[in-house]
Design a protein around this ligand. Sequence first.
Ligand SMILES: [Zn+2]
Ligand SMILES: [Zn+2]
Ligand SMILES: [Zn+2]
Ligand SMILES: [Zn+2]
Length: 116
Amino acid sequence: MFQEFISSGMCEVCWFEEARYSCRLCSRRVCPRHYVVERGICAVCSINLCEICGRALAVDSCLLCGKLVCRQCSRELQPGIRVCGSCFSNIHEYVRRDSRLSYIERYLKKPPRSRA
Ligand SMILES: [Zn+2]
Ligand SMILES: [Zn+2]
Ligand SMILES: [Zn+2]
Ligand SMILES: [Zn+2]
């Protein structure tokens, strides 16, 4: 039974219509217009969703392809530089095509944590 969703409360996206659902990711209460039924998430989460797995909220976008990625679907090369899994495996190909990215390759060869 979904009795709890019928209780009073406004959609936390539009603050205009009555909330009928709650988002499984952010638990916002939303109206049918701001809910993506197939995914069980609200409109806000649906535009911030990882474009790789489509299940988790994106934390960043891939530096190389620009896809929104979640923590699980990406690799953080260094703080603020995140690439998706498929770009990570193709990283040398990207670097060959765009020499501006050569710092990534340098980083991969010599992670900053290793002491000089
Ligand atoms: Zn709404
Ligand atoms: Zn949400
Ligand atoms: Zn993901
Ligand atoms: Zn990518």
